[in-house]
Design a protein around this ligand. Structure first.
Ligand SMILES: [Zn+2]
Length: 355
């Protein structure tokens, strides 16, 4: 991409397309032309592209962050459309992976930035490959397991990251600047009890999602433009309930000396062996992790035909056998809907895909 400076030199006195696109943001004194160039050069990773991830990716893509890597393990469903702003009905009808659908949608409104979609689940074995080269990591996940893993990775490599969560009408966010602020494990040494509620048990308001994404996206802009150590970067755990108007800020200005992650540098989540099964947020389903089993969708489609209804595209194969629905990804990973029983899900997988 041509830098604004190059464009300026080449088009003296002429408004350039880039300058025009970002003109209202360049006018904002906190960003300016120099800030806009820093955004163009920035590489930001967004882990999880559901509701919060969609909103974060949409805001940062429109703001001109030059490279966005979007990592998500899931596919679009009709129940996502109430709050997941990058997706539409045709994405749900096609069961498109969210990372792919997000990249397509962003390309339609900003073709001048690079989006790197990764259809994968972040686990200890692949986090380095998935997040390598990023300047900043944003949390669009729905679970503390992945957040602790991101926290370990970011603290170990001294990378800033921003925790964001929304459930019900409640939104909460924290900037983690390793070595300077508290990290996620300083504040929550264990998964917080009050926040183990999921979208499935508590529902979710799209406005709570957009609030937390707006705050986190602005902190991300500040991180890129001013630097993660700038005084403007918020150093609190900020929470807001958009229904009750209750809000709070807890200081996160200093690391806790006895913190397992940033104090003792004991990265138990990074060293973990990964997770064999996961029950996903917002559904009655189990994920089977397999990454050593490349699937030939044409062959698998033919093999499953006698057992139920099968459909596939380039990205996913779906197999319906009442009362279950199995979604297979090309690397062998599967999401089995219709049960939360991991043993049953494993046996369905073994029967229809392989053991
Ligand atoms: Zn810590």
């Amino acid at each position: 991409m041509t830098s604004l400076a190059q464009e300026h030199n080449g088009n003296l006195g002429q408004p350039s397309p880039l300058r025009e696109r970002y003109s209202r943001q360049i006018l904002f004194p906190g960003i300016g032309e120099e800030g806009q160039q820093k955004l163009a050069a920035a590489r930001v990773a967004i882990v999880g592209c559901g509701a919060t991830g969609s909103a974060l990716a949409g805001l940062l893509a429109r703001a001109g962050v030059g490279t966005l890597r979007i990592v998500d393990r899931d596919y679009v469903e009709p129940s996502n459309l109430q709050r997941q702003s990058l997706f539409d009905e045709s994405d749900a009808a096609e069961s498109l992976p969210k990372a792919i659908a997000a990249a397509r949608k962003i390309a339609a409104f900003n073709s001048q930035i690079v989006v790197e979609p990764k259809v994968d689940d972040v686990v200890p074995a692949n986090i380095e490959a998935l997040l390598k080269g990023s300047d900043l990591i944003l949390d669009g996940t729905d679970n503390f397991e992945t957040r602790y893993l991101i926290n370990d990775y970011a603290v170990e490599r001294s990378l800033p990251w921003i925790y964001s969560a929304a459930v019900g009408s409640y939104a909460v966010t924290l900037n983690v600047v390793p070595g300077q602020t508290a990290c996620l494990a300083c504040i929550f040494p264990d998964s917080p009890h009050g926040m183990v509620e999921t979208c499935e048990t508590s529902g979710i308001l799209n406005s709570a999602v957009n609030l937390v994404a707006s705050i986190a996206a602005t902190e991300a802009l500040k991180c890129v433009v001013l630097g993660a150590d700038a005084p403007r970067i918020r150093r609190t755990l900020l929470s807001f309930d958009v229904w009750t108007n209750e809000h709070a800020e807890i200081s996160a200005a200093k690391p806790r000396p006895d913190c397992r992650a940033c104090g003792e540098r004991d990265f138990i989540h990074l060293a973990g062996e990964g997770r064999p099964h996961i029950t996903l947020c917002g559904r009655n389903s189990v994920q089977i992790h397999e990454r050593q089993r490349p699937i030939d969708f044409v062959e698998m489609d033919r093999r499953l035909q006698p057992h139920g209804i099968v459909r596939h595209n380039d990205f996913v194969l779906k197999f319906w056998r009442e009362p279950y629905e199995m979604t297979l990804f090309p690397d062998g990973r599967a999401i089995i809907k219709g049960t939360t029983d991991t043993a049953l899900a494993r046996s369905l997988y073994a029967r229809y895909v392989g053991s």
